[in-house]
Ligand binder design. Structure first.
Ligand SMILES: O=C(O)c1cc(=O)[nH]c(=O)n1[C@@H]1O[C@H](COP(=O)(O)O)[C@@H](O)[C@H]1O
Length: 238
C-alpha cells in the first residue's frame, strides 16, 4: 500500500458521491466510505467504486462481541477493499476475531485491518470525565495500539499527535492512519485533536473529509494537502 490521502465520502447518496468525484476530476483517488453511505447504498456501491479504480477504506468501526465481529468480518472480507476497521476498545479477543474472520475468507490477501484507538473527536477532558479513563490521551492511544498489534492487526487510527509515539512503540511498519486533518484556517467542527497535513509526518495515510468536500475547489484542496504532507515527508525522511 502506497501512502496516500483517503477522501472521506460522507455524502447522503452514491449519486452525490460519484458526482463529486467526477465533477472534480478526482479519478482513482483513494476514498473512504463510512456508515452514512454504506448503510444506504450497500456493497454494490463499493463494487462500482472498485470498478472505477479507487482504493477503498471501508470505515464501519465494528465493535461487538467477538463472535459477531468474526462473522461480520467474514461478510466484509468478500468486498475485497484495501482497509477495514474496528474499535480497539472492543478488546484483544474481539480484534483477534476480526482478523480471523478476514483471513478465514480471503487468507493473506485479506483487507488490511486497523483499529480506532481514540476518536479524533475525543478530547482529554471527555476521556477522563465521560469515558472515565484516567490516563493521558497519548498513553491510552499507545496502549490500545500495542493491544491491536498483539491481536495481529496491521495498524491503528489515531490523531496526528499520537502517530510518532505509535511508531516508536509498535515499529515503523505498523500502519498509522490519521483523520482530523484540516487545511490551515478551516473550521474544526466536531473534531478535537486536529492537525494540518504538514504536521502529519508520522502518518502513513491521512483521512480528509470536509476540508476537501466542502471546499470551493476540492481538487485544489486535495492537491494542496498532498503537497503540504509530502513536503513534510521529504524533510523528515531525507
Ligand atoms: O475511522 C475514521 O475514519 C475516523 C476515526 C476518527 O478517530 N476520527 C474520524 O474523523 N474518522 C473519520 O474521518 C472522517 C473525518 O472527516 P472530516 O472531519 O470531515 O475530515 C469522518 O468520516 C470520520 O468518520
Amino acid at each position: 500500500m502506497k501512502s496516500s490521502i483517503y477522501i472521506a465520502l460522507d455524502f447522503e447518496t452514491k449519486d452525490e458521491a460519484l458526482d463529486f468525484l467526477n465533477q472534480n476530476e478526482l479519478h482513482e483517488v483513494p476514498v473512504k466510505v463510512g456508515m452514512q453511505l454504506f448503510y444506504k447504498e450497500g456493497p454494490s456501491f463499493i463494487q462500482s467504486l472498485k470498478e472505477k479504480g479507487h482504493p477503498i477504506f471501508l470505515d464501519l468501526k465494528l465493535h461487538d462481541i467477538p463472535n459477531t465481529v468474526y462473522h461480520a468480518m467474514k461478510s466484509l472480507a468478500s468486498l475485497e477493499v484495501d482497509l477495514v476497521n474496528v474499535h480497539a476498545s472492543g478488546g484483544l479477543e474481539m480484534m483477534k476475531a476480526a482478523k480471523e474472520g478476514l483471513e478465514d475468507t480471503c487468507g493473506k490477501q485479506a483487507s488490511k485491518l486497523i483499529a480506532v484507538t481514540q476518536l479524533t473527536s475525543t478530547s482529554e477532558e471527555v476521556l477522563s470525565n465521560e469515558l472515565l479513563i484516567n490516563q493521558p490521551m497519548d498513553q491510552v492511544v499507545r496502549s490500545y495500539a500495542q493491544m491491536a498489534q498483539k491481536a495481529g492487526l496491521d495498524g491503528v487510527v489515531s490523531s496526528v499527535w499520537e502517530a510518532q509515539l505509535i511508531k516508536e512503540s509498535c515499529g515503523e511498519s505498523f500502519v498509522t492512519v490519521t483523520p482530523g486533518i484540516r487545511l490551515i484556517n478551516d473550521a474544526t467542527q466536531d473534531q478535537k485533536r486536529i492537525a494540518t497535513p504538514e504536521q502529519a509526518s508520522h502518518s502513513d495515510f491521512l483521512v480528509m473529509g470536509r476540508s476537501i468536500t466542502t471546499s470551493r475547489n476540492p481538487k485544489k484542496a486535495y492537491e494542496q494537502a498532498l503537497k503540504e504532507w509530502k513536503h513534510e515527508y521529504r524533510q523528515t525522511t531525507h
